[in-house]
Design a protein around this ligand. Structure first.
Ligand SMILES: [Fe+2]
Length: 416
């Protein structure tokens, strides 16, 4: 690495006498999106802001009831309103923002999974691990004594394969959480094109890093829960996209003393449990995955970077590398089954949701600590946060997420 690049990574930007254009990310068009170059790091993004966009005057960020002074140029980042005391908060640069902008839909891209290159026995990765323990027979492994940041390219390939096999890998790795955003984005790009959420809520200056914070102010999470008996919302992340998500990294910065766990379930075992006639029936079908549910709740108080997306995906998808079939039918985003009459679609949908939600045989639960990093394969698991902790000044739950996209879902049977 050149000394200039090293300086830009380690010194505050103001302290450097760089030309103005070098202080801004540089976007270069590449197939499927843009390559971003900033401060010596490179990563991919699917979107680029429209500089001419003028944001609406009545903009309100989720959880923020204060009027917002808009940047007349239209390009501005609005912080989430915070009512807890963040004086001296270690991760104050990681608090959620939205960018007022208007962007084109994500361009589909051809994803080649890095797990294709992995040694099936994962010898290089396992040699670096001191301790591992399965959380349940079906899903999840807890891993200790490895630094994710120091993994080689080969070990990262094996990590992707392992996440696909176990669904969920839980690391206690404060070192990874404390890496720079540039490092995290470069790291995540190994696994796929980094997703930018359609309504933002990202770390300032880094739209590829999602910031999820719930403290003693109402947030978008609470909008979701309003009017329901439960806060449980089973989903895989943003399945309505044309290239849904793959090997995903969710990192805990702050956790409540008790509660705020994340539930995971194994889509592969959910499929395997079905009868042979039901498997055959479902393998021929597709479902509508819609961002409308998220959009309706978000639009109560938010502005979207991109328009609502609805996409048809096979109900049973196949992992490109392991070949395992998965019942990929997330209750939060599935809006119906294509080709069935309404009553048929409703009955099958209700049966499948019930099967997914009540079969604890293939569920697990992650208890977060500060510095926990969960690596999960969004193709092979569903998940939900549990918002069971009381709101209060000391009840922060703050995570960041790096979310690489993956291939367009591969139907388990070619005719679907
Ligand atoms: Fe999620």
């Amino acid at each position: 690495m050149s000394s200039t690049v090293t300086e830009t990574l380690t010194k505050p930007l103001e302290a450097l006498s760089l030309p103005v254009e070098e202080q801004q990310p540089r976007y270069t068009k590449v197939p499927g999106g843009y390559e971003v170059e900033f401060k010596g790091a490179k990563w991919f993004t699917g979107t680029i802001p429209n500089e001419a966009y003028t944001p609406p005057k009545d903009f309100v960020f989720p959880g923020n009831s204060s009027p917002v002074e808009l940047n007349p140029k239209g390009q501005t980042e609005i912080p989430q309103k915070l009512t807890a005391d963040y004086t001296g908060y270690k991760y104050s640069n990681y608090l959620a923002h939205v960018t007022l902008t208007e962007e084109a839909p994500l361009v589909p891209y051809d994803h080649v999974d890095c797990a294709f290159r992995a040694d099936p026995e994962k010898k290089a990765l396992f040699a670096a691990i001191k301790e591992m323990k399965d959380m349940t027979p079906s899903i999840g492994t807890e891993v200790k004594g490895v630094q994710l940041s120091s993994l080689s390219s080969q070990q990262k390939d094996e990590l992707a394969l392992w996440a696909a096999e176990r669904g969920v890998l839980v690391f206690r790795d404060q070192d990874f959480v404390d890496q720079t955003p540039e490092f995290l984005k470069e790291y995540g790009s190994h696994f796929g094109r980094l997703h930018v959420h359609s309504f933002g809520s990202h770390m300032k200056g880094h739209p590829e890093i999602l910031s999820n914070l719930r403290d003693n102010d109402k947030t978008v999470f609470d909008h979701y829960g309003a009017g329901y008996l439960t806060t449980t919302r089973w989903h895989s992340d943003m399945t309505y996209e044309k290239n849904p998500m793959g090997t995903t990294f969710l990192c805990a910065l702050e956790v409540p003393e008790c509660g705020g766990d994340t539930l995971y379930l194994n889509n592969m075992d959910a499929y395997d449990k079905l009868s042979e006639p039901m498997k055959f029936f479902l393998e021929g079908l597709s479902a509508v995955h819609s961002g409308a549910q998220q959009s309706i709740h978000g639009k109560k108080s938010s502005v979207y970077r991109r328009d609502l997306v609805e996409t048809l995906h096979p109900i049973v998808r196949k992992h490109p590398v392991t070949g395992r079939k998965a019942l990929w039918f997330p209750p939060e985003y599935v809006a119906g089954i294509v080709g069935l009459k309404k009553e048929e679609s409703d009955a099958i949908t209700a049966m499948l949701f019930s099967h997914l939600e009540k079969s604890l045989d293939f569920h697990t639960r992650v208890k977060w600590e500060k510095g926990t990093v969960v690596v999960y394969d969004n193709r092979m698991v569903l998940h939900s946060v549990v918002l069971d902790y009381a709101l209060g000044p000391n009840a922060k739950r703050h995570h960041i997420r790096i979310t690489p996209q993956a291939e367009r879902p591969i139907p388990a049977r070619e005719s679907s």
